[in-house]
Design a protein around this ligand. Structure first.
Ligand code: BDP
Length: 331
């Protein structure tokens, strides 16, 4: 682990001086830090570890680093900024919170923008991912691949949600992005933006009634233990980005960049496979834990209730029309 990076600024100089005798500075300087919000046994975490291992192996150890799990390097919005600045070298970020830093990525936070997860893969591996990749790069982030985060659905501690009306008056935690506040308000609910790490306690103590997430996150955080109703609205399909700091990436040789890109692609393929298995396993775990799961076969009422989110997004961001159409009009 790179002690100088952890300590930052002034203290780093003192440490560097005492450490030069022990470690060559050049090798030390290439130690990357990877930010991850999830626990160690999670598809994202395994994907990131595989990425780092492949990079390390193919560069014969010239590029080394460590993945820090469970959000120990800080909150998601802070970590995004740190990757942009090159303080953290890489991370897997949901494009939900990414929208605050890179507005174009907000397009994939619009409810029901993708018709299905397979369609999301097609778009993100093609024109959609390319467009968002450019926008990310302009803000200092190199997108190495788009991970799967399934579809997000509502869960709460009070009752099953079958129609948008069931959300009226409900206190729902959302990720940090105004779009999600608008989404809950469009159904008459009360939205509370909150860090991922605080959700369990907040549901338990009744600060919020519930939240929304994909099955693996609902399960791995134990939210299912305090919110026993899981209603499969699947209103958001938000891909995640294996993101590298452009500062870190630009400092590599062309050969190393190639190795990093290939490892990013391979880790994406692995993560997507692991994701499918984990989703099924997570559903089994929550059901065995006493969760009442309800399907929502016809989602049109939710689509209609959430339509104002599009209107206000496009009214505020007319320049995004083309990008929205690219996603919305895809087959
Ligand atoms: C998970 C995402 C993670 C988010 C979290 C959340 O993988 O990046 O931080 O949801 O709801 O599905 O905050």
């Amino acid at each position: 682990m790179n002690i100088r990076k952890l300590l930052g600024g002034g203290a780093a100089v003192a440490v560097a001086v005492t450490m030069t005798a022990l470690t060559p500075i050049t090798a030390e300087a290439k130690d990357w830090r990877g930010w991850n919000i999830h626990v160690e046994d999670y598809p994202v975490s395994h994907g990131m570890e595989a990425f780092m291992a492949e990079v390390n192996e193919k560069t014969d150890g010239a590029l080394a680093g460590e993945v820090f799990h469970a959000g120990v390097l800080g909150s998601q919005p802070d970590a995004i900024e740190q990757v942009r600045l090159g303080i953290i070298d890489f991370g897997v970020f949901s494009l939900g919170p990414m929208g605050q830093a890179v507005p174009a990525t907000n397009v994939v936070s619009l409810p029901f923008i993708f018709k299905s997860v397979p369609q999301m893969y097609d778009l993100m591996d093609g024109a959609g991912g390319e467009a968002l990749g450019k926008a990310l790069e302009e803000k200092g982030i190199v997108a190495l691949g788009y991970y799967d985060a399934g579809a997000r659905s509502f869960y709460n501690s009070i009752k099953p949600v079958n129609t948008p009306d069931d959300v009226v008056g409900m206190k729902v935690r959302v990720m940090n992005n105004d779009l999600f506040v608008g989404m809950i308000e469009s159904m008459g609910g009360n939205a509370t933006p909150m860090a991922f790490a605080e959700v369990y306690q907040s549901i338990k103590t009744g600060v919020v009634d519930g939240a929304e997430n994909n099955p693996p996150s609902y399960e791995s955080t134990s939210h299912f233990e305090v919110a026993k109703y899981y209603s499969l609205s699947q209103h958001l399909i938000i891909p995640e980005c294996l993101c590298m700091s452009k500062k870190t990436f630009d400092a590599l040789t062309p050969e190393q960049q190639e190795i990093v890109r290939t490892a990013g692609k391979n880790s994406t393929d692995l993560q997507r496979k692991l994701w499918q298995d984990r989703e099924a396993k997570s559903m089994e775990i929550v059901k065995a834990g006493g969760v009442e799961v309800n399907e929502i076969a016809d989602k049109s009422a939710f689509q209609a209730a959430m339509a104002p989110v599009y209107e206000s997004f496009l009214a505020d961001n007319p320049d995004m029309q083309e990008l929205v159409d690219l996603f919305r009009n895809a087959d």
